[in-house]
Structure formats: C-alpha cells, structure tokens
Design a binder for this molecule. Structure first.
Ligand code: SF4
Length: 341
C-alpha cells in the first residue's frame, strides 16, 4: 500500500509546493496537503503553539494538527539557505525539532537539512539528502534520481511562470498591459497599480492575509507581488545598501519596495508584515526610512497577527485605495508613509 506523506500548507510550502508534490508523487507516495488556513486552523494554532512564535509559524502548528492522524509521515524540511551568504529564517531550521519535542505522538518526520550559508552544503549534500528521503518510499535509487529531476524541472517551470521578466515589468509600469483581469464593474475607471509586498506564505494564504490581494483587485487595482519581481532587479537594489541584508526572503521584500520607491511605476505599495517577525521588523524599518526620504509613492505597512480584525483592515485598505485614486486624479504628491497594525 502507498505511504501517505503530509505536507503542512504553511511557510515555505508556498515556495516549493510544486517541487515537493512532484517528487513524492513520482515516488508513488500519496501526498496529503493540509487544507487552506481556516478560522479553526488558526484557533487550534493559537491554543497550542509557543506564545513567542511569529504568527506564520503558529499557523503551521494548526496545519500539523490537521494532518497528524491522516498520514504516515510529515514533511518538515530544515531549510537554512541555498545561497552562500544569505540565510532563510532560523525558525525553518529548528521547526522539526520543536515539533518533535512538543508533540511526541506525531507521525515520523521527514526533515532533510540543507544549509549552504552556514554549513557550506554542496549539490552533492543536497543529492544525499534527496536519496535519504527517497529511500523512505523506494529502494530503487534510479527511481529517486528520476523523481528528483522531474521535481526540479517542475519547480523551474513554475518559477518561470511566476517571475516576470524586465520587459513585462516595464510594459506593466507604463500601463501597456495588466497582470490580472480587473473586475467587470470597474472596467471604465482608471486602473490603479499596486505592489503587494510580503512573505510568499502571507500573500498566498488568503485567510492570514485577509484576502487583501482579491480585495485590491475588486477595488479596481492591478496587483504585482514581490514574488513576481525579476531577481536581477532585486539584487541590483540590494547592492545599494551599505551593509548586506542577509535574510533571503526579506531581500525580495525590501528590494521590491526600494525599486518602486525609486522608479515609480506603481500608484502605491502595501507591505504586509507579520507580528513578532524579526526579519520583517528590520526590512520594515528600512522600507519606512526609504519611504520617508522619497515620498512620491505612498507606502502602507500593515502588521498582521491573530488579533487582526478583518473589518478594521478592510477600512484601512479602502481608505488607502481611495487616497491613491484621488491622488492619481489630482496628480498630487507627497503622501506620508502609514504603518498600522
Ligand atoms: S521570517 Fe518572520 S514570519 Fe517568516 S517564519 Fe521567520 S519570523 Fe516568522
């Protein structure tokens, strides 16, 4: 009988979903991904997760509880970094150990470790970890290698679709193309262009992000997200900092904000931050300082946690969009940065 592997729909699942799902399916495993975050998942998470965890990590605990009685294995990789200097969040590395110590009755954890920046892991180390994981499901190394190749290819194709190139970005900035289809009822109004910036696992979790992306589209805004931005442009922006920003995911966030503050091309920027996230506090503060120096593009920073009320957030977003629309019509400039939680 096929073995069932559970993958919590949280944190870096949103970065590597295609790759992981392809790999396990190719090995003949049944992949069970926990459902989208719901109020119930959040309530369980808040009840059991350590208080000091960030909101996004807490949510993962809720997904683990959803999966634990349905699967033979849980996949919780210890992903440190794939870059020689830049790091992921330290929470990703310790997560599997935290889960093991908090919940002794969990199914077996599959927790491969990969960390180029800290341990100098090479492609060969990656390959060894892949083989170790693969042997849980098959004894045939050639099948594992084939599964790995397919998974890497699927990941590459997925990123190719997700990340836009410079030419597409410039066309969008000049309002020559839209990245999303605007809702019918506001077709005739001028389309606003908004950059929605934040962690992949926040932007794509519609419950945790209070579905901001869809809300903005329903208000007639065409949205670009930080995960869609060309990588070379992000690196170019970050090279302008006096000191290197070592948090890999935060580079995507800050690089996007810096780019649009410097070059315009959008009517406004919304930065989704997570309560008690260390890397976010750093990137948020830097973004705030840049925005204060360059006030042509309004920046709204929203801090999300389990106490965030949807009605209050909706009012803030609507007010921001109204202000952007008014500003666009009046060609007004110099709107200060707003940070609300
Ligand atoms: S980067 Fe921030 S939000 Fe993400 S897991 Fe780490 S502390 Fe949490």
């Amino acid at each position: 009988m096929s073995k069932k592997v559970g993958i919590p729909r949280a944190l870096i699942y949103y970065k590597f979903a295609t790759m992981w799902e392809t790999f396990f399916t190719q090995l003949g495993a049944i992949v069970v991904v926990s459902p989208e975050t719901t109020k119930n998942v959040r309530e369980v998470a808040i009840e059991i997760a350590p208080d000091e965890d960030c909101y996004s990590t807490k949510i993962l605990h809720g997904h683990i509880m959803d999966l634990k009685d349905k699967v033979d294995y849980l996949f919780v990789p210890r992903f440190g970094s794939k870059h020689k200097t830049d790091m992921g969040c330290p929470k990703f590395i310790g997560l599997a150990d935290v889960l093991r110590s908090l919940y002794p009755d969990l199914p077996k954890l599959i927790a491969p470790h990969y960390n180029v920046a800290k341990y100098g892991h090479t492609k060969f180390d990656f390959f060894k970890e892949v083989l170790k994981v693969g042997f849980v499901f098959t004894k045939n190394p050639f099948r594992i290698i084939k599964a790995m190749r397919k998974a890497l290819k699927a990941d590459k194709e997925n990123k190719k679709k997700l990340i836009i190139d410079m030419e597409t970005l410039h066309l969008w900035e000049q309002s020559a193309i839209l990245l999303n289809i605007p809702p019918d009822e506001i077709k005739d109004e001028k389309t606003l262009k908004i950059a929605l910036v934040g962690h992949t696992y926040v932007i794509n979790d519609s419950f945790c992000s209070l579905d901001i992306r869809k809300k903005l589209q329903s208000y007639g805004a065409d949205v670009i997200t930080s995960e869609q931005m060309p990588r070379e442009l992000i690196d170019e922006q970050l090279d302008k900092l006096e000191n290197r920003l070592y948090f890999e995911f935060e580079r995507e966030i800050l690089g996007t904000i810096m780019y649009f503050l410097e070059n315009g091309g959008v009517d406004g920027i919304i930065h989704l931050m997570i309560f008690s996230c260390g890397p976010d506090s750093l990137a948020g503060e830097l973004a705030n300082r840049f925005a204060l120096k360059k006030q042509d593009i309004p920046l709204l920073q929203l801090v999300l946690d389990d106490l965030t009320a949807e009605a209050g957030m909706k009012t803030r977003i609507e007010a921001f969009v109204d202000m952007l629309r008014w500003r666009k019509e009046k060609h007004a400039t110099h709107i200060p940065t707003l940070r609300v939680s």
